[in-house]
Design a protein around this ligand. Structure first.
Ligand code: DX5
Ligand code: ZN
Length: 216
């Protein structure tokens, strides 16, 4: 079953509560946290996640685009995130390990994320310990960019690793997912699709969610 995770980066932040309700038929809510260092953009932080937790029961899939994320795991877990995903490029391996251990202690689900430049093999040291692997199909930092088709072989390669080493691990794709590119991601082995502009830019977000799932 394919899960759709609308990205609130494309929502109207002055009407966030309303915009979360507009995607309530989706499976997860994707929350993009950007620090202005790991990526050039700055988006939202811990207080917004706290408010989202009060506003919805949806599964909060929090994508941390921040340097040395180990510094903020406890804060985002306490704010109510259900899953935290950290970029493999955001710290040295001991820092990544420490961040995953901190997630374990807090009882949140653990994800690792790969920028387009990072190869599939980079997941191997962590694959048995994580609940989700996220493949970026745009350079992280902004919504509304074009899907990078050259990432499809990487998605397929990671799907094979998942089958071999951790079949329960989710494989998520983020960036430029729309009704045309969603089937390519699913065919390559993704089971969670993040979509910002394709959902919030649609006249009927609920219909867009069903379309992305392949239901209509
Ligand atoms: C980009 C973010 C994405 C973004 C996706 O750095 O991680 O989640 O919101 O937006 P679309 O679906 O418009 O590419
Ligand atoms: Zn994201």
């Amino acid at each position: 079953m394919i899960k759709i995770a609308p990205s609130i980066l494309s929502a109207d932040f002055a009407n966030l509560g309303r915009d979360v309700q507009r995607v309530s038929t989706a499976d997860w809510l994707h929350v993009d946290v950007m620090d202005g260092m790991f990526v050039s953009n700055i988006s939202i932080g811990v207080p917004v996640v706290k408010s989202l937790r009060k506003a919805t029961d949806m599964f909060l899939d929090v994508h941390l685009m921040i340097e040395k994320p180990v510094r903020y795991i406890d804060a985002f877990a306490d704010a109510g995130a259900d899953l935290l995903s950290i970029h493999l490029e955001s710290d040295m391996p001991p820092g990544i390990r420490a961040a995953l251990d901190a997630m374990d202690k807090k009882g949140v689900k653990k994800g690792i994320v790969l920028r387009p430049i990072t190869s599939a093999e980079a997941v191997l040291p962590y694959i048995k310990d994580v609940d989700l692997i996220l493949v970026m199909t745009v350079e992280p930092g902004f919504g509304g960019q074009k899907f990078m088709e050259d990432q499809l072989p990487k998605i397929a390669a990671i799907r094979k690793y998942i089958e071999e080493f951790n079949p329960n691990c989710h494989l998520e794709v983020d960036g430029g997912v729309d009704p045309k590119t969603a089937p390519l991601c699913i065919q390559a082995g993704a089971d969670v699709l993040v979509a910002g502009s394709a959902v919030y830019g649609a006249a009927d977000p609920a219909e867009a969610i069903r379309t992305l799932r392949g239901e209509i």
